[in-house]
Design a protein around this ligand. Structure first.
Ligand code: FAD
Length: 100
């Protein structure tokens, strides 16, 4: 098998019969830059209800600081994040109507 660098400058021949690709775990949190403090792995730290340090921002799945990155975990976190966001909006609505 021959490996070639993206710029095509380096080529390496490997005498192997199979290869497992590791695509890495760094999440795309660029859109959150400046909004919240990320951890050292550039993940979003979340509370147990999926809320974050920024009011109104909820996070779920691989992008969070959850230890295990699995589909079932991401789905569960997504459901919890949606319920927490719903509660947040209801409470906000009640606060706004009291101040009217
Ligand atoms: C090769 C591989 C094999 C895996 N095998 C398993 C397995 O067997 N079982 C298992 O449970 N888990 C497995 N996983 C892990 C599983 O895929 C993840 O845990 C799961 O997909 C996480 O879901 P998510 O919604 O958090 O993130 P993702 O599924 O990564 O979804 C994030 C989405 O956001 C999009 N996105 C990113 N940035 C932006 C942006 N700026 N604007 C708009 N959209 C954006 C992405 O394109 C993507 O569609 C595997 C992962 C990999 C890479």
């Amino acid at each position: 098998m021959r490996l070639e660098s993206i710029d095509g400058k380096k080529k390496v021949d490997l005498n192997v019969e199979g290869v497992f690709l590791e695509i890495g775990l760094t999440p795309n949190t660029k859109p959150l830059k400046g909004l919240i403090k990320l951890n050292s792995r550039r993940e979003v730290p979340v509370n147990k209800d999926q809320s974050t340090t920024l009011g109104g921002l909820f996070s779920a799945g691989d992008v969070t600081d959850v230890e295990e990155k699995q589909i079932s975990i991401a789905v569960g976190q997504g459901a919890l994040a949606a319920l927490t966001a719903y509660k947040f909006l209801i409470e906000k609505k009640q606060t706004n109507s009291k101040s009217d």
